[in-house]
Design a protein around this ligand. Structure first.
Ligand code: ATP
Length: 420
């Protein structure tokens, strides 16, 4: 049986992964837990999310289905932040047989589109899935999708990553986290690039620990389990209550849809190829905007920091591929690939005296004010660019959980400009 759970937390506390970690210990008495459990990130643009739109799935080989259901429902009702308006837990219990394949499609939809509670209820009815929903039951969307991810993420050729999450002692929830920063920098030095997003070197910040009142002490993300545990051993911090290693779709770009501008819909994430058609402009607050194909407003917001320098260096005519979430008719950039940067610009001709000629009016040609020499046409001039072909990314602290860090990009023939 695979159990999917979502929407148990609120900005005031709790974390669905913590609930999963507790259940992993407790459910062992009913059967054999299959490890690792899943931490699945879904559509990052959904308006209802608390933080990173995460949901969890736990698999167990068991005959005690009735007791497990009771246990899980009781635990969720005890631990979830039910008093918070935005917390609407959902739990599904799925027989890991035939329906898994059909749920895969629901996972894809939850990654890439905006779903309704009715969408989840109709799949539940169609496939005869056992469920329990609290309040408006919105958590059923994430719970179903987390189970739907099982087949994809555990297949041998699937792109997946891992995260080890350590949880705080209960009496310390809400207080400042005690973490020895030097040990974190050291762990990063010894385990990067198999472990990533522990620190943001570009800003000099430690980014693997939240600042919110939830039970998470820190999370160590990476491609390689041994390296994650090596980092874990090196990090010195306050005592932790427990830890769990999750298999995840974090850092895999699973949320993007390749599309053309005419197909865009709000609250989805896209990869779009086009030509820069306006010079980038910076507005108050440090956000940078440019237009793609005269139609699509693309934005690099202030928290993306040095990524904005790349965007500011764009010139009309540059051929690019943009990656980002589409909200309020604007694509919020997460990455950009420069496909063909403009290398020449047309300028007024230069006279033999060295001065640039002046235009004499529309289609009248050009004339040197110094020597009177005339020329008919503008001439093309090679320019030095601050950017080159290849992929560029936002700084680690501004990255979405699900966006693939460029350090994970297999460098086939694409040039990657990793920020760390
Ligand atoms: P955390 O990262 O701490 O786990 P969260 O950001 O995951 O918090 P949730 O509390 O899980 O936030 O809230 C997200 C809500 O959005 C859940 O109810 C989930 O079922 C729902 N949801 C997930 N994916 C979609 C989607 N594609 N369309 C609509 N709703 C979704």
């Amino acid at each position: 049986m695979i159990i999917g759970i979502d929407d148990t937390d609120s900005p005031r506390g709790m974390c669905t992964t913590y609930l999963a970690s507790v259940l992993l210990d407790e459910l062992g008495v009913y059967g054999k837990i299959i490890k690792p459990p899943l931490l699945v990130r879904l559509n990052p643009t959904v308006p209802f999310k608390t933080r990173g739109n995460g949901a969890v799935a736990i698999a167990i080989e068991t005959d005690d289905i009735k007791f497990i259901k009771e246990h899980v429902i009781n635990r969720v009702s005890e631990m979830a932040n039910l008093e918070d308006n935005g917390t609407n837990p959902g739990i599904v219990f799925v027989d890991a047989g035939d329906v898994l394949q059909e749920l895969t499609l629901f996972y894809e939809r939850a990654l890439k589109t905006l779903l309704t509670i009715e969408d989840a209820m109709s799949v539940i009815a169609e496939l005869g899935i056992d469920f329990y929903g609290f309040k408006n039951k919105r958590g059923l969307i994430g719970a179903l999708a987390a189970v739907g991810a099982w087949k994809i993420l555990t297949s041998s050729d699937a792109d997946h990553t891992f995260e080890l999450i350590a949880y705080r002692m209960r009496e310390r929830w809400g207080s400042k986290r005690q973490i020895d920063e030097a040990s974190v920098w050291n762990a990063d030095r010894r385990t990067y690039p198999l472990v990533w997003d522990t620190v943001d070197r570009s800003l000099g910040d430690i980014i693997f620990a939240p600042h919110s009142p939830d039970p998470v002490l820190f999370g160590i993300r990476g491609d390689d389990v041994d390296s994650i545990f090596k980092a874990f051993e090196m990090i010195r911090s306050e005592d932790y209550e427990r830890y769990t290693l999750f298999l995840t779709n974090q850092g895999t770009d699973a949320h993007y849809i390749e599309a053309s501008i005419s197909e865009l819909q709000e609250y989805r994430s896209y990869i779009i190829e086009g030509t820069v058609t306006s010079a980038p402009r910076t507005i108050q607050g440090g956000h940078v905007f440019f237009k793609l194909d005269n139609m699509l407003e693309c934005a690099a917001f202030e928290p993306t920091k040095s990524f904005r320098d790349v965007i500011r260096s764009l010139l009309p005519g540059d051929r690019v591929r943009v990656f980002g979430g589409f909200k309020n008719r604007t694509l919020n950039l997460e990455k950009i690939e420069i496909l063909l940067p403009v290398s020449e610009v047309m300028q007024n001709p230069v006279c033999i005296c060295g001065r640039r000629m002046k235009s004499m009016g529309k289609e009248q040609g050009f004339r040197c004010r110094n020597c009177g020499i005339r020329k008919k046409e503008r001439e093309s001039v090679k320019i030095e660019r601050a950017i080159e072909r290849g992929l560029y990314e936002v700084v680690p602290s501004a990255r979405r959980h699900i966006t693939k860090p460029l350090v994970r990009e297999k460098a086939d023939n694409r040039n990657v400009h990793v920020v760390r």
